[in-house]
Ligand binder design. Structure first.
Ligand SMILES: Nc1ncnc2c1ncn2[C@@H]1O[C@H](COP(=O)(O)OP(=O)(O)OP(=O)(O)O)[C@@H](O)[C@H]1O
Ligand SMILES: [Mg+2]
Length: 592
């Protein structure tokens, strides 16, 4: 399963864009963030307090051996650490909570967004990509938000407090001590740029790998039946190796950070010792002041080590945020009418007027100038060769897609002006591919109408000719079906899908090739069910089985997106060449 889908590499963004994107996610928590900043400033202040105490201890206790102030000192140390402990507890708790909340919001928004999207949406974002964005990028965002906005601010404050303190203590020595800091900036920026590119590739590659994995899982039976394991393994290894390469590049650039910081620290300490010793000899600096300085230096460089990773962390997080944003910004939802027409009861009269439909990116339209009127209660069969546009036509009725030209009317109202929810209650649609949820038979049927009572479900199952076989299942209506192992035949699954459509008592029933994959016995079951329903609601039956055509009051023949003829079986057999051809094929097949 080759996926040529190139992973979307976002155009290079600036630092400010990154911050802006992240800020949008934490904006709802800005007051909590403000509180956090205060707490962190407090932690920073305790750092400066500690450096001050070191100087005091050295000069008073150790050098002058003056122990009178020992109790005050003990209280001061305890106090500083108590404040620090409380502030750190709250800042960690608040920041982790914000991170968790941000990702909670994001997952919820993503899910609600995807839930409303029509099928075309998933051509751009297939399920593997979406899951990767929901889980992997979600986690990266959570960690990133916590770290970028908290650790970074915290470390920043710690560094700032100490820097202010040492400048206050002895600004000349402070300048010497910090002389190496500017030299940190250039290599950190260069590495950051490199890391940014690698991170983007990394995210794309993770999405690709997940997507490939999903595809194989979905088609595993086909893979095994066609002995495709070797091919799939090669493709997987290729992708996984690619990912490993990218990660190794990332590790290389990322590992360069600490040595650079260490070298700068060494240079700074050297400068500090030389100039500090000179100042002590001159009498400008006490030994305690000097010790305090060295301690401060170590305290400044620890936060700096972490700050040097800020760029890397920031763009990892922002890349994740951008990838989530891409999904949220891609919105193909059908617009709900501003003032929708509501009608709780429908007659079921359908009309297509000049309907055209283009699938995006296709060179030919799927439907061209389709005009068709179906009276309430009428049964119309639609037939035509594969690719004629039958399924496309069917999906326009419950508005799973919107026409690109013309309009579809239900009871004289353009379906785009109706309340979507009501429209879909009036129109029952049984798709070409059956889908059953991993749930009980009862819930699968009641999905069509959550308020359905047991009687409703049994009625629908009877109408769909499914009641008998359901009763023979091990736990009757409470048997769990669907998921990986359906445990039902194609015909049984099809009848449950039909019951799901019928449980709402739709006024219009659209059946897309419901019998095409069935044996004659299952077909007879469905045909009997539809014969019962005939006349009680408008039916559009797609498919060219004779049993279905016989039910129809009228047959519509489609080809290449157009309606080429319509009439009764006999009329069409007489005058429509395409119908004759399709019909003959059907007869030949049936006689085999
Ligand atoms: N999701 C899609 N994206 C792009 N093009 C599509 C999509 N679905 C269908 N088409 C195109 O639209 C045209 C009509 O397809 P449609 O599925 O409506 O045909 P159909 O008559 O139902 O065929 P079949 O009898 O095989 O089910 C085809 O040319 C097909 O390639
Ligand atoms: Mg079809």
């Amino acid at each position: 399963m080759t996926s040529s889908r190139p992973h979307a590499v976002t155009p290079s963004r600036s630092w400010r864009d990154d911050f802006r994107v992240l800020y949008r996610y934490v904006r709802p928590y800005r007051w909590a963030m403000a509180g956090l900043v205060l707490l962190m400033a407090l932690v920073g202040a305790t750092n400066a307090g500690m450096t001050y105490l070191i100087q005091w201890i050295m000069d008073t206790l150790i050098i002058r051996l003056d122990f009178r102030r020992l109790p005050t000192l003990a209280v001061a140390v305890l106090l500083i650490y108590a404040v620090r402990a409380v502030a750190m507890y709250y800042s960690t708790a608040v920041s982790r909570t914000i991170g968790a909340r941000v990702v909670h919001d994001v997952r919820r928004r993503l899910f609600l967004h995807v839930l409303e999207q029509p099928t075309l949406f998933f051509r751009r974002f297939p399920s593997g990509q979406l899951s990767s964005r929901m889980t992997h990028d979600g986690t990266v965002l959570q960690q990133g938000v916590t770290e970028v906005f908290t650790d970074v601010i915290l470390e920043g404050f710690k560094a700032l407090a100490v820097v202010l303190y040492i400048f206050w203590l002895n600004w000349r020595l402070a300048l010497v001590a910090l002389v190496a800091v500017p030299f940190l900036i250039v290599p950190v920026a260069v590495i950051g740029h490199r890391l940014r590119r690698v991170t983007e590739q990394f995210h794309g590659a993770v999405g690709d790998l997940t997507h490939g994995f999903y595809q194989v899982l979905q088609g595993l039976r086909v893979v095994q039946a066609y002995w495709g394991q070797a091919r799939e393994r090669r493709q997987f290894e290729q992708k996984a190796d690619g990912l490993l390469q990218i990660q190794r590049r990332w590790v290389f650039w990322n590992a360069l950070h600490p040595p650079i910081v260490e070298v700068c620290l060494g240079v700074a300490l050297f400068g500090l010792i030389v100039y500090g010793a000179y100042q002590i000899r001159q009498g400008d600096l006490t030994p305690g002041g000097f010790t305090s300085f060295v301690a401060a230096m170590l305290m400044v460089y620890t936060p700096l080590r972490r700050l040097s990773k800020l760029n890397d962390l920031l763009q990892q997080t922002a890349t994740a945020a951008h990838r989530i944003e891409q999904v949220l910004l891609y919105d193909l939802r059908l617009p709900e009418a501003v003032a929708p027409v509501t009608f709780p009861v429908a007659r079921g009269e359908l009309r297509f007027e000049g309907v055209g439909f283009w699938y995006p990116g296709k060179s030919t339209p799927a439907l061209v100038d389709v005009n068709l009127s179906v009276a309430a209660g009428e049964t119309v069969a639609v037939i035509g060769p594969s690719g004629a546009g039958k399924s496309t036509l069917a999906q326009l009725i419950p508005r799973l897609m919107d026409v690109t030209e013309g309009a579809v009317y239900l009871d004289g109202h353009d379906v785009r002006t109706l309340r979507l929810r009501e429209l879909r209650t009036h129109v029952g649609w049984v798709p070409q591919e059956v889908f059953l949820f991993e749930d009980t038979v009862f819930n699968n049927i009641a999905y069509g109408w959550p308020e359905a009572t047991e009687d409703d479900v049994v009625r629908a199952a009877r109408q769909a000719n499914a009641h008998e076989f359901i009763q023979q299942l091990p736990e009757g209506y409470q048997t769990v079906i669907g998921g990986e192992t359906i445990g039902l035949s194609g015909g049984q699954a099809q009848r449950i899908a039909l019951a799901r459509a019928l449980v709402r008592r739709p006024r219009v029933l659209v059946l897309d090739e419901v019998t095409s994959a069935l044996d004659s016995e299952s077909e007879a079951h469905i045909q009997a069910a539809l014969a019962e329903l005939k006349g009680t609601c408008t039916m559009i039956i797609i498919g060219h089985r004779w049993s279905m055509l016989r039910l129809a009051d009228r047959i519509v023949v489609m080809d290449k997106g157009r309606i080429v003829d319509e009439g009764t079986h006999d009329e069409l057999l007489r005058r429509c060449a395409l119908y004759r051809r399709l019909w003959r094929r059907q007869v030949v097949e049936a006689s085999r």
